[in-house]
Design a protein around this ligand. Structure first.
Ligand code: UDP
Ligand code: G50
Length: 436
């Protein structure tokens, strides 16, 4: 219209704590601002839990893109002795009085994008303010099917397989263990988030249709589930080179197994010993990240060379590691971002889920052909060195796993390419976010 200035569409984002919850937001923000002309405002609490979170945000806000930090303060903590990331979820959830005027004053806002861990607190507020609120569900579509079904489960759900229409039953061993304790801090939040989900304007997923066909179809059959937008796998933000890259450069193509349990999981001393002994006995070159602290306090881990491998305590730039030609396999806890990054790079996964949604995600890895999940590999028991050695040797020579992962990579690339399913999902979402 004559005289009217063309305005960039504006979305706000409310991420949660933990790199597994922050990374998908920063990736989406980059995509929207860099390639699609969006202005993005990110609501960031004045204190963050870990150094990788603050580094990631600092890098994003100094990137020169139209992405802005809007700080808010948190209330004083109530309970101690719980996981610091869960504690932060609770604090952000109790910040709605602080967030309300901030949201009301944002100019020309088309939508808010909220992390799933904050859905129960935020959806009533944004419904009251009339702000469209899209939930970013940072795990698998299969986990979302479980979440969407959760309010209709009976209280003894943990003792029977959970039946969800259109899906194979979920065995009790795959259900997040914390949920079996009704008094667990996570269970209370999880219930509130699951109950609030039907109030969302839409749900964004870092997955793709060819990877999770059945779960996405099952979700589409549930009338109370809001419109779903699979937009993944989102590309990792490029970071600078980190230490083990030089070491990787010196290894033959596809020869290294990368081992990581994500950004917030430490494994027991006993399990570390068995893992180390098994890796060394396998004769396979390895890059193992073994964290000694739940919260990373540095930007980069200290690395030590051990025989044919290298062990890092703390942080590596996983996006670069998985994209490196010398990496041929990934022992993964199956945090969903790790799974999505492995899919994007076609690196086969040897699944070793520890807790939470990871067993459900490991099921997706196995079913899709991206990897294998050895019997008994879970956080509830110690896997001995003989089993570690045997599985790793077998896995690195497993042609089927390699071919499966290569096929998933092709499907992933197709999904995010122009006209692909995830690209169209993003286009559909961006259309909604372009009006206010
Ligand atoms: N990550 C990384 N370096 C590490 C550990 C984790 O870059 O040493 C990144 C990883 O690439 C992923 C995120 O942090 O993007 C972790 O999310 P995920 O869902 O895999 O697991 P979580 O840490 O939430 O258990
Ligand atoms: C930790 C945990 C159990 C668990 C999860 C954990 C997730 C993450 C995704 O992170 O599933 C998620 C977060 C909040 C929510 C639903 C799903 O309400 O111990 O399941």
């Amino acid at each position: 219209m004559a005289g009217q200035e063309h305005r960039r569409p504006h979305v706000a984002m409310l991420p949660s704590s933990g790199m597994g919850h922050l990374a998908p937001f920063t990736r989406l923000a980059t995509l929207l601002a860099k390639d699609h002309g969006f202005t993005v405002t990110i609501l960031v609490p004045t204190s963050l839990v870990s150094v990788p979170e603050s580094r990631t945000l600092d890098a994003l806000f100094s990137s020169g893109l139209d992405i802005h930090r809007l700080p808010y303060s948190l209330p004083p903590p109530l309970s101690d002795n719980i996981d610091p990331f869960f504690k932060q979820w609770g604090l952000i959830s109790r910040s709605i009085d602080e967030l309300k005027p901030i949201l009301e004053n944002l100019n020309g806002l088309s939508a808010l994008i909220t992390d799933i861990s904050l859905a129960g607190a935020m959806l009533p507020l944004t419904n009251q303010l009339g702000i469209p609120n899209y939930i970013f569900f940072t795990s698998s579509a299969l986990m979302l099917a479980f979440v969407a079904h959760f309010p209709s489960l009976s209280t003894d759900f943990a003792n029977h397989p959970v039946d969800i229409p259109g899906l194979p039953p979920f065995p009790p061993a795959s259900i997040p263990p914390a949920l079996k304790d009704p008094n667990h801090a996570f269970t209370t939040l999880f219930q509130a988030n699951s109950n609030a989900l039907p109030k969302a304007t839409g749900i964004i997923l870092n997955t793709f249709r060819a990877f999770e066909t059945d779960a996405l179809s099952a979700l589409a059959m549930q009338a109370h589930v809001p419109p779903i937008f699979p937009i993944g796998p989102l590309p990792p933000d490029p970071l600078g080179p980190s230490a083990p890259m030089d070491w990787l450069d010196g290894q033959p193509n596809g020869s290294v197994i990368y081992v990581s349990f994500g950004s917030r999981t430490t494994i027991s001393k006993n399990q570390v010993d068995e893992l180390g002994a098994g890796l060394e006995a396998s004769g396979v070159r390895f890059l193992a990240v073994v964290k000694s602290k739940v919260v990373d306090e540095g930007a980069q881990g200290l690395s030590v060379v051990k025989g044919r491998g290298i062990v890092v305590d703390g942080w590596v730039d996983q996006g670069s590691v998985l994209g490196h030609q010398s990496v041929g396999g990934f022992v993964s806890h199956c945090g969903w971002n790790s799974v999505a990054e492995a899919a994007l790079n076609g690196v086969p996964i040897l699944a070793w889920p520890q807790f939470g949604d990871q067993m459900i995600n490991a099921g997706v890895v196995e079913k899709s052909g991206l990897g294998v999940w050895p019997q008994g590999w879970c956080g509830e028991r110690v896997v001995n060195r003989e089993d570690v050695c045997k599985q790793i040797k077998g896995f690195m020579g497993d042609v089927c796993a390699r071919e499966g992962a290569a096929r998933v990579r092709e499907e992933a690339r197709k999904a995010v390419a122009d006209g692909g399913d995830s690209h169209l999902g993003l286009v559909r979402a961006m259309e909604k976010w372009s009006h206010h």
